[in-house]
Design a protein around this ligand. Structure first.
Ligand code: AMP
Length: 397
C-alpha cells in the first residue's frame, strides 16, 4: 500500500510517496515558486536520483497535476499507475479546537477547515488549496488531514488560557494551540521504542530545534505543555522569529518605526530571531561558523538560543514533576552536537549526563547519555511525513 503525503505552503508544495510495507519514501520532491515566475519541480526517486522539471505552475492544481505526472513518468517515475496510491495525507497547520486528531476529509471537514482560516491566514489557505487540487485530480482516493495543532489538544486550560479577558477566548479563539505536534508525537513514540518502555509510563521533553523551534512536555504520550502559542511565533527565539517577548515591545516598536500591523507581523516573523541578533544569517550552520571565527553577535545568538532552550527544559521538568528523557530533533537538534552539549551543560540536577563521544552523532536515532544517566538524552530524527502516512494509513483502513 502506498500513501502520498502532501505539504502545501503558499508558493511551495512538498510531497513524498511512502510504501507502507517498508515505511520508506520511494519518491519525493518539491515544487517551488507556485504562481511566480521561474516555477520548478524537483523530483527524486527512492535512490535520490534527481529530475528538475521547469514549467509554468500557476496554482496548486497545476502543481499537483505535475507531481502526479512525475510519479508515473516512464523515465523517472516511481509508480506504474496512480491507482497504486491508496490514500493521500495532507499536513494542515491549524485545526483550531475542532480537531484533536487526524480525520478523513469530507464536506463537513472542509467546512471546518475553512472556518480555521482566520486562525492561520498564511498557512491554512494553501493547505486547503492542496486538498481541493487532490480531490479534483484524484477523485475517489481517500484523503486525510493531519494537523500540527491536534497533538496539543490534550493541554489543560491552565496551560492554554492566556491572562486576557476570558471573552476573547470565546469570541476570537485566542488561546495557546501549539504547533509541530506531528513531530513531537512521532519522536515521543520513537523514544518509547528506544527506551524499551511503554509510552504511557514516560515523562518526556521533546525539543524540536529547526528553523522553527518548539519544546513540548509529554506525559504518558500526551502533550501537556508547549512553547508555541496562539501562533508559531511564540516561545523560543528561532531562525527569523522573535519568540516570546514582553508584549509591550510590539506596540513600542510599531510607534517608533511607524510600522503597520502587516509590517510588524512580517518584522517579527522574518527579521528577528537568530538572524536579527547575529546579523549574519538565520541558518544555524552559518552562525556557528561565524561564532567560531570570533563574531560576537553570532556567539550571542547561539548563547541566547541555548539559554532559551534550557529555560524551557527546566520549566517543563517542573511541570512534569521529573523527566525520563530529553529528545533532540529537527535540523539543529539532530545535527549540532555542540548545541546539544551547550544546552545540557547545567542539567545534571535533573539527571542529564551526556557522553561526549556518542553526542557526535548526526541524524541517527541514538541515546547519547552515559550508561548511568538518570535522565536519558536522545537524538531522534523527526519524520513528519512518515507520521502523516501512518495516520492516513490507519484511518483509511
Ligand atoms: P529544519 O527547519 O529542521 O530543516 O532545520 C534547519 C536548521 O537546522 C537550519 O538553521 C540549519 O542551519 C540547521 N542545521 C542543519 N544541520 C546543522 C548542523 N550540522 N549544525 C548546526 N545546525 C544545523
Amino acid at each position: 500500500m502506498k500513501i502520498l503525503v502532501i505539504n502545501c505552503g503558499s508558493s511551495s508544495l512538498k510531497y513524498q510517496v511512502i510504501d507502507m510495507a517498508t515505511k520508506n519514501a520511494i519518491g519525493k520532491g518539491l515544487v517551488e515558486r507556485i504562481g511566480l515566475p521561474g516555477s520548478v519541480l524537483t523530483h527524486r526517486n527512492g535512490f535520490g536520483d534527481k529530475e528538475v522539471i521547469t514549467a509554468e505552475i500557476t496554482n496548486h492544481t497545476v502543481a499537483i497535476k505535475l507531481v502526479l505526472e512525475a510519479l508515473v513518468s516512464p523515465i523517472y517515475g516511481v509508480l506504474k499507475d496512480l491507482k497504486e496510491i491508496c490514500g493521500i495525507g495532507h499536513r494542515v497547520v491549524h485545526g483550531g479546537e475542532k480537531f484533536s486528531k487526524s480525520v478523513v476529509i469530507d464536506e463537513g471537514v472542509m467546512k471546518a477547515l475553512k472556518e480555521c482560516v482566520e486562525l492561520a491566514p498564511l498557512h491554512n489557505p494553501p493547505n486547503i488549496a492542496g486538498i481541493m487540487a487532490c480531490q479534483k485530480m484524484m477523485p475517489g482516493v481517500p484523503q486525510v488531514a493531519v494537523f500540527d495543532t491536534a497533538f496539543h489538544q490534550t493541554m489543560r486550560p491552565n496551560s492554554y488560557i492566556y491572562g486576557l479577558p476570558y471573552d476573547y477566548y470565546k469570541k476570537y479563539g485566542i488561546r495557546k494551540y501549539g504547533f509541530h505536534g506531528t513531530s513531537h508525537k512521532y519522536v515521543s513514540q520513537r523514544a518509547a521504542v528506544l527506551l524499551q518502555k511503554p509510552l504511557s509510563d514516560l515523562k518526556l521533553i521533546s525539543c524540536h530545534l529547526g528553523n522553527g523551534a518548539s519544546i513540548c512536555a509529554i506525559r504518558g504520550g500526551k502533550s501537556i505543555e508547549t512553547s508555541m502559542g496562539f501562533t508559531p511565533l511564540d516561545g523560543l527565539m528561532m531562525g527569523t522569529r522573535s519568540g516570546a517577548l514582553d508584549p509591550a515591545i510590539v506596540t513600542y516598536i510599531m510607534c517608533r518605526e511607524n510600522f503597520t500591523v502587516d509590517q510588524m507581523n512580517d518584522f517579527l516573523n522574518t527579521k528577528c530571531g537568530a538572524l536579527g541578533v547575529s546579523g549574519v544569517s538565520s541558518d544555524f550552520r552559518d552562525i556557528e561558523v561565524a561564532a567560531e571565527q570570533g563574531h560576537e553577535r553570532a556567539r550571542l545568538a547561539l548563547d541566547i538560543f541555548e539559554h532559551d532552550v534550557r529555560q524551557f527544559i527546566g520549566a517543563y521538568a517542573a511541570v512534569l514533576g521529573g523527566v525520563d528523557a530529553i529528545i533532540f530533533t529537527a535540523g539543529v537538534g539532530e545535527n549540532s552536537g555542540p548545541m546539544r552539549e551547550a544546552i545540557c551543560k547545567n542539567l545534571d540536577y535533573i539527571g542529564v549526563d551526556l557522553d561526549a563521544e556518542k553526542n557526535k552523532v548526526r541524524s541517527e536515532e541514538v541515546d547519547v547519555s552515559k550508561p548511568n544517566a538518570r535522565c536519558r538524552t536522545l537524538v531522534i530524527p523527526t519524520n513528519e511525513e512518515l507520521m502523516i502516512a501512518l495516520e492516513t494509513h490507519e484511518l483509511i483502513q
